[in-house]
Design a protein around this ligand. Structure first.
Ligand code: ATP
Ligand code: MG
Length: 575
């Protein structure tokens, strides 16, 4: 497969160079060969239910579910619900919906870290009994201070030497709710001088008097991610725990905890580069800020990089999976051009979307030699890429709409569309010649074109073989129906809003014209009954999809992607 180099910054497409597999698939294959993990492949996708899934998560989902299914294994969906403050049922439901929509299925393997709270507590008590954990009573600030820095070693807490029995007693009373938030924490007893900050007696449990969406008020102490994650993996018999690079420095802790306890399974943690996509942000925290700040209409705003936003925009699961396939998996961070994602959508929709004509900024055209009151039906092809999609009829009559942009009073060189005296082909219609136009005296705006049609050119072919370069789309004014059309641009003006060079907040480069609603748009009457989610190619304009805001009397379309393929161009130039 020839995968284009879509970035000169990193090697996220290293997979393409290495062949059909990637370094993670190679590790899994090797483990299967040597019989590590009992010849099994069990992966998991572990979202925290504190937001909606985005395209970065899709990369992880495709990877985890993909590797499991390629190897006859299984992939669990586990909600990493250890922080009750930020987690909500709405997120849990959206995550399940989005994974299914993307085309993956966890079967009966749905789990929650909170399912394991009792076992995790027991494991923590075991660490205490083994002298490997202690209750610390320093304040949060003191703990931070004692931790030291990258260049300065940490200092041991005065509570580190607490007798075992006292630790057990305090931990039990923490659980019983005898102490307020922050009074104590449970810490692993590792090494305050470790060069790895994660190993400087990391906190395992903290007190939080907060109700949990699943366990209610049963618990007032909650395990930290690093403690809960490795043990949840182990409890479920995960063989390969695949996560993003920022957890590389946590791996020694992952392994330390599992080595310190008599667990049956010790999964292997493997890190890969997270997806960064140009002109957007992929962080649930930032996406939540956009939603809460009213910068977008919601998590499923069609401009959002969330799976629900992409779905509403008209993305197909196939296009997203193709994208995840092409970007591959690598160990170095890089940024992928959003043009590649758009390219994948265009590729997919080109095959499946019906062509129709729509006029977004209408200009009235009177065909002077076409009889008033007459109309005829012309045959139009639904998809030239797929003859099986058949044909449809489009109505032609004396008054038409064409795109304002398809007429110029003073045409520049190589302008092959309409201008005074010029001839153009109406798609599936006739050749017409512009004989005149009227203007609003005050504004200078062109109000109406006068044209004549050549009756011998039905279907768009001149019997005398004369050349007409331009072909434009059009609608019969009396047949067309009105529709609301929403055109989208990038959410951010900068390719890298996540890390503005000047240190400015990412929201300062929000694109003010990322959503345009031209108003007064028309589409073919045959689309009147189109249901939300239906996808079309508006000829010469792009791919569009019916928005859920649509009602039978009021069609609303989202622009999915424009036709111009900037990615295809880059690809061609590289060949
Ligand atoms: P965010 O930074 O958006 O809050 P997160 O990593 O905190 O993301 P989780 O819900 O913990 O979100 O993620 C679930 C899984 O998805 C994790 O294994 C995580 O590594 C992976 N993941 C998250 N973001 C990306 C990304 N941009 N690219 C690839 N994988 C990702
Ligand atoms: Mg996370």
């Amino acid at each position: 497969m020839n995968v284009p180099d879509h970035s000169n910054k990193g090697s996220d497409h290293a997979r393409a160079e290495a062949g059909p597999g990637d370094f993670i698939r190679e590790i899994v294959a090797e483990d299967l060969r040597t019989g590590n993990h009992g010849g099994q492949v069990v992966t998991r996708f572990p979202p925290e239910p504190n937001g909606y899934l985005h395209i970065g998560h899709a990369k992880s989902i495709c990877l985890n579910f993909g590797i499991a299914s390629e190897n006859g294994g299984r992939c669990h969906l586990r909600f990493d619900d250890t922080n009750p403050v930020k987690e909500e049922v709405e997120y849990v439901e959206s995550i399940m919906r989005d994974i299914r929509w993307l085309g993956f299925d966890w079967g009966k393997h749905l789990y929650h870290a909170s399912d394991y709270f009792e076992r995790l507590y027991e494991y923590a008590a075991q660490l205490i009994r083994g002298g490997k954990a202690y209750v610390d009573s320093l304040s949060t600030e003191e703990i931070r201070e004692y931790r030291g820095t990258l260049t300065m070693r940490g200092k041991e807490s005065p509570f580190r030497a607490r007798p075992l029995e006292e630790n057990l007693d305090l931990f039990e009373r923490m659980r019983r709710g005898e102490f307020p938030d922050g009074a104590h924490v449970l810490r692993a007893k590792i090494d305050m001088a470790s060069p790895n900050l994660n190993m400087r007696d990391p906190v395992l449990y903290r007190i939080r008097h907060v109700a949990h969406q699943r366990t209610g008020d049963i618990w007032c102490i909650y395990p930290m991610y690093d403690f809960a994650h490795c043990l949840s993996d182990s409890i479920e018999g995960i063989t390969h725990s695949i996560c993003t690079l920022e957890f590389e420095d946590h791996r020694p802790l992952y392994d330390w905890i599992l080595d310190a306890l008599p667990v049956a399974h010790h999964p292997r943690q493997i890190e890969f580069a997270r997806l960064n996509l140009s002109h957007t942000v992929l962080s649930k925290r930032k996406l939540l800020e956009l939603v809460e700040g009213g910068c977008v209409s919601g998590w499923d705003d069609p401009r959002m990089p969330t799976l629900s936003g992409l779905r509403r925009r008209g993305y197909t699961p196939e296009a997203i999976r193709d994208f995840c396939d092409r970007i591959g998996v690598a160990k170095t961070d890089s940024q992928v051009e959003s043009a590649l994602l758009e390219h994948c959508l265009r590729n997919d929709l080109n095959k499946r979307a019906s062509r129709v004509m729509a006029v977004l900024r209408p200009l009235r055209v009177v065909i002077e030699n076409y009889p008033e009151g007459r109309a005829e039906e012309l045959e139009a092809v639904n998809n030239p890429e797929d003859q099986s999609m058949g044909t449809r009829k489009v109505s032609f009559s004396r008054i038409l709409y064409i795109e304002r942009d398809d007429f110029r009073e003073h045409p520049p060189k190589k302008y092959h569309r309409l201008a005074p005296g010029s001839e153009v082909r109406l798609r599936y219609g006739y050749l017409i010649t512009c004989t005149g136009f009227s203007k609003d005296e005050r504004t200078g705006e062109v109000m109406e074109l006068r044209c004549t049609y050549d009756p011998s050119t039905r279907g768009g072919h001149a019997p005398d073989g004369r050349k007409v370069k331009g072909t434009i789309h059009w609608l019969s004014a009396s047949h067309a129906i009105e529709a609301e059309v929403r055109l989208y641009g990038h959410l951010f003006t900068k390719p890298n809003p996540g890390e503005a060079d000047d240190g400015a907040d990412y929201k300062t480069c929000l694109n003010p014209s990322s959503c345009e609603k031209p108003g007064g748009c028309f589409v073919e009457p045959g689309m009147a009954g189109a249901s939300p989610g239906a996808r079309f190619q508006f000829e010469r304009l792009g791919y569009f999809c019916v928005d859920p805001d649509s009602t039978p009397g009021h069609l609303v379309f989202n622009q999915s992607v424009a036709l111009r393929d900037t990615w295809g161009k880059i690809e061609k130039a590289q060949r």
